[in-house]
Design a protein around this ligand. Sequence first.
Ligand SMILES: Nc1ncnc2c1ncn2[C@@H]1O[C@H](COP(=O)(O)OP(=O)(O)OP(=O)(O)O)[C@@H](O)[C@H]1O
Length: 298
Amino acid sequence: MSVVSLRGVTKRYGDTTAVDDVSFDLHENRIHGLLGRNGAGKSTVMRMLTGQDLPTSGQIRVVGENPFENAGVLRQVCFIKEAQKYPDIFLARHALKSAEMIFPNWDAEFAEQLVDEFRLPLKTRTKKLSRGQLSAVGVIVGLASRAPVTLFDEPYLGLDAVARQLFYDHLLADYAEHPRTVVLSTHLIDEVADMIEHVVVIDRGRIVMNDSADNLRSQAVTVSGPTKAVERFAAGHTVLHREDVGGYARLLVSGIPEGRDTTSLQVEPVSLQQLVVRTAQLSDSVLAGAANGKGELS
Ligand SMILES: Nc1ncnc2c1ncn2[C@@H]1O[C@H](COP(=O)(O)OP(=O)(O)OP(=O)(O)O)[C@@H](O)[C@H]1O
């Protein structure tokens, strides 16, 4: 079932088209990765989903309704972003207390456990917290709110590696017990790859990938070996990336070539990060080709 749906959504800021005629759905009780390069449009999408911004055109539905100025919907949506601002007088514990008042599914015991594990000083003013401690406030709110739709917009940039792993472990364990729809936007794709069940990649405001992580992984391989054999293997398929050393080549091939000779070749699965990065690069070179009047890859 679709919990979030966008249909023909465009968002313009003056001359900038941040989101360009985008349509996609987010499914109930799944962990989604919303991925893309800097300035691709991820935060803009999330702001519109959480009623903080209106689309220029198109339709947005969250749990079946327009989220804009809709308190009933917004109680079911928790949006955690990097460098969240709190009123100057707020101590860390006030930030948690106000989340407790907003979110009907708040689990105070779970929040306390997380405060201990993330070593959050509750009596410190939020504006005096370190970057990582401020990120911890967001992560604790995102987890303990148990909101049916929970969006994390790179809230964990300040967290050290141990704290990030704590976040991933708790998210997975808590999601297993209390399934909900989660959206993770991050540039640390390798770190979250095992958690993500569905991937949406946005580039220059447009959707360039929208599929289950398993499907995406099964749709590409890396092949390496003697150049001629590698090229025979990949013939007729899109090459997302190529490296040549001497008489050897390593290709990231979209699609799994069937019935090809793999003698002397090494054929390996592709990581989600590789796939996302190379697809974004390919979309860049296609655009560059079009701008040069070539219109295709050389
Ligand atoms: N309030 C705004 N006013 C003007 N332009 C904006 C505004 N918000 C976003 N943009 C522009 O819209 C585009 C998309 O920005 P957005 O913040 O959604 O990207 P992003 O994918 O979240 O990037 P990053 O990964 O760097 O955080 C960018 O070109 C950005 O400059």
